[in-house]
Design a protein around this ligand. Structure first.
Ligand SMILES: [Zn+2]
Length: 277
């Protein structure tokens, strides 16, 4: 069983302060506060006192430093009895001020989030859920621990730790429309069809000579972000035939109508219409 490398120091707690080798699989994290402003090292030293009768797996100081007091393979004695701690890793977090909401510093909070994510990852825990596998002292004992501030942050801690372990998917490349050149087409003709300029298409497709395109060539039309292209009405066009030609379905003429704010179906040559993508 491994321990977190986020802890830069190990100050062991004696066996009077824990339950010995684990008999159960690690299934949760229990968060505590120190009820005082203290460094991780001094917190760990308190748990190194054999008279203490308590320990924690990890201690986080007011500055965010992390010290380990126990191997993760040891059942800690932190949360008021074997029942509470049997399947837990426990973390003591220093406060940034005494009393009131018992706040903790942002450095401590960020260390707690990183440590939780690391524990979850190495021990194969499920994504953290407040009250399920991200727990706190007062769930097991009548105590004010971990204080109102940390308690109010439980959903945030779970969400941030889960984010570390499941980073958002890599954003896909913007999906360009691809136009296949047919016989007789010119780059400027294609450009006007999609409401852009031939120089834009030449650059986007790395075409050295815009006069040299060939049948079957794939021309990428950059996404404009406007959500529409434009079309210049030719003699003989109707909204239906335009929809059929550009949208693949004549009955979608209503979309063209509403996009252009048309009140009737009448269109005329040279009229420029916005065409939905
Ligand atoms: Zn506690």
């Amino acid at each position: 069983m491994s321990n977190s490398t986020l802890a830069k120091k190990y100050i062991p707690s004696p066996e009077t302060n824990h339950w010995g080798k684990r008999k159960e699989r690690i299934a949760k994290i229990i968060v505590h506060h120190a009820a005082g402003v203290i460094s991780a090292e001094n917190l760990a030293k308190l748990f190194a006192d054999p008279q203490r009768g308590a320990s924690a797996t990890y201690c986080i100081g007011y500055d965010g430093a992390i010290v380990r007091c126990l191997d993760e393979g040891i059942t800690p004695g932190t949360s008021g009895g074997y029942e509470a701690d049997r399947d837990a890793i426990t973390i003591e977090v220093s406060n940034s001020a005494s009393g009131g909401q018992w706040p903790v510093s942002n450095a401590s909070l960020q260390s707690l989030i990183k440590l939780c994510a690391d524990i979850v990852k190495r021990n194969g825990l499920q994504n953290l859920v407040k009250g399920k596998n991200l727990c706190w002292h007062s769930m097991y004992q009548a105590t004010a621990c971990p204080g109102q501030y940390l308690l109010s942050k439980m959903d945030y801690i779970a969400a941030e730790a889960n984010k570390i372990n499941t980073p958002p998917p890599v954003k896909e490349e913007s999906t360009d429309v691809v136009h296949t050149v047919s016989a007789g087409e010119t780059l400027s003709g294609i450009a006007s069809k999609y409401g852009t300029d031939y120089t834009v298409l030449a650059e986007h497709n790395k075409i050295a000579d815009p006069n040299l395109i060939f049948r079957g060539q794939k021309i990428k039309i950059p996404a404009t972000g406007t959500g529409s292209t434009s079309y210049t009405v030719k003699s003989g066009d109707s909204l239906w035939t335009i929809a059929e030609k550009l949208l693949g379905n004549g009955s979608r003429y209503t979309e063209i109508k509403s996009l252009n704010g048309l009140t009737s179906d009448l269109i005329h040559p040279a009229q420029v219409l916005k065409i939905p993508r």
